[in-house]
Design a protein around this ligand. Structure first.
Ligand code: SF4
Length: 368
């Protein structure tokens, strides 16, 4: 059973973030950092600079030999505030898209029988026997992706630290740490992952990108002080920082916090079955502040309530640079970026709020 620190943090005030982070990381063995090369990465929308700063300072204070920060920048540059922070901290930034990638063989999936099937041995011997037959065929051990590519900044590092904004995306169900690995791979690999969506193997492909970096994850941090779940500022105020050495456990807690059941998120359930971490909420131990208190506060927007406050969040287009919008529209998985009477707009009916367009061109596509 892996643990997650859930700590209240009401603002991005440096002092408050520092205190919250210290509490969150209290059980972590800081000796592991000494003399190591650590690569921090984030995806888009990016976490707040106060959280990134705290992670960098924590790594420095505990003797990291080298710290690099990376992300995949698409058509626009690094957000100014992050650029300024990294310069001040004297930390090198790596744009993964302009760096080298290492080709990695995708490991065979662990054919371990999921825990719940063990119960069938008692409850339904026939079902159990069927499952055993499937196991013997080795179907579960097949690969979905032939191989994957990851930035050498990550493969060269001793450890990897994802720092991810708490967000919810209907494509991946939850924009957690496992989903953030999509931002690490080159476009071709990402397309292959999405093709697997149509074969109902999206989660398998996502976990196959994650598996090679799993053992390198030192810890992960979720910035939920201001989450990105709604276009309502009140709803986004989650006032929480999550910390764990197990990314699946982080995703599991995040999913429940924002209104899903942890097993509803495919990567949680499959990852847990495959022994990649504590993807199911019942397998996670928590420390820090009271989870139920946070959930109670979040109740007004939990998905299970038919709350009129929940509105579909779609990006807006804030520029007239047609050439960039045109390029980005090729990446929109549903063709929701359309041109009408010479102007680009987002078709609300088609948009599935995956926010790829925001990742690709954050200066142009904005989440209000
Ligand atoms: S416009 Fe397309 S890319 Fe952007 S959020 Fe909607 S579906 Fe995703």
């Amino acid at each position: 059973m892996n643990s997650v620190g859930i700590i209240r943090c009401n603002s991005y005030d440096e002092k408050e973030v520092e205190e919250a982070f210290n509490r969150a990381s209290a059980p972590f063995d800081r000796e592991r950092i000494k003399g190591k090369k650590v690569a921090v990465y984030f995806d888009f929308p990016s976490p707040d600079t106060a959280i990134l700063k705290e992670v960098i300072d924590f790594l420095k204070e505990n003797g990291a030999k080298e710290i690099k920060v990376g992300a995949s920048l698409f058509t626009t540059g690094l957000p100014k505030n992050i650029d300024n922070l990294l310069k001040k901290e004297n930390v090198q930034f790596v744009d993964f898209r302009n760096s080298s990638y290492e080709r990695l063989d995708v490991p065979r999936r662990n054919a371990k029988m999921p825990n719940h099937f063990r119960g069938y041995a008692l409850l339904s011997p026939v079902k159990y026997a069927e499952q055993r037959k499937i196991d013997k065929l080795g179907v579960k051990a097949k690969r979905v992706l032939k191989y994957s590519f990851l930035p050498t900044t990550l493969t060269d590092a001793d450890y990897i630290v994802p720092v991810i904004k708490m967000k919810d995306s209907p494509v991946t169900k939850i924009g957690g740490v496992i989903a953030s690995t999509l931002s690490l791979v080159p476009t071709m690999t990402r397309n292959q992952v999405f093709i697997n969506k149509f074969k109902f193997q999206f989660w398998d492909a996502l976990l196959e990108i994650y598996t090679p970096i799993k053992d390198k994850i030192l810890f992960g941090v979720i910035d939920g002080v201001n989450a990105i779940i709604s276009n309502d500022a009140d709803i986004n105020r989650m006032n929480v920082i999550l910390f764990s050495e197990d990314p699946l456990a982080l995703d599991s807690v995040t999913s429940v916090l924002i209104g899903y059941r942890s097993r509803e998120v495919g990567s949680n359930k499959k990852g847990d079955d495959m022994g990649l971490g504590s993807g199911l909420f019942i397998h996670v131990a928590m420390y820090g502040d009271n989870f139920l208190e946070f959930r109670k506060e979040a109740k007004k927007y939990l998905r299970y309530r038919t709350d009129k406050a929940i509105r579909k969040v779609i990006p807006s287009i804030n520029s007239v640079d047609d050439s960039i919008i045109d390029r980005v529209s090729n990446f929109c998985p549903t063709g929701a970026i359309v041109k009408e009477n010479g102007n680009y707009k987002i078709d609300r009916m088609k948009c599935i709020s995956c926010f790829f367009c925001v990742q690709l061109a954050p200066d142009i596509f904005k989440i209000k």
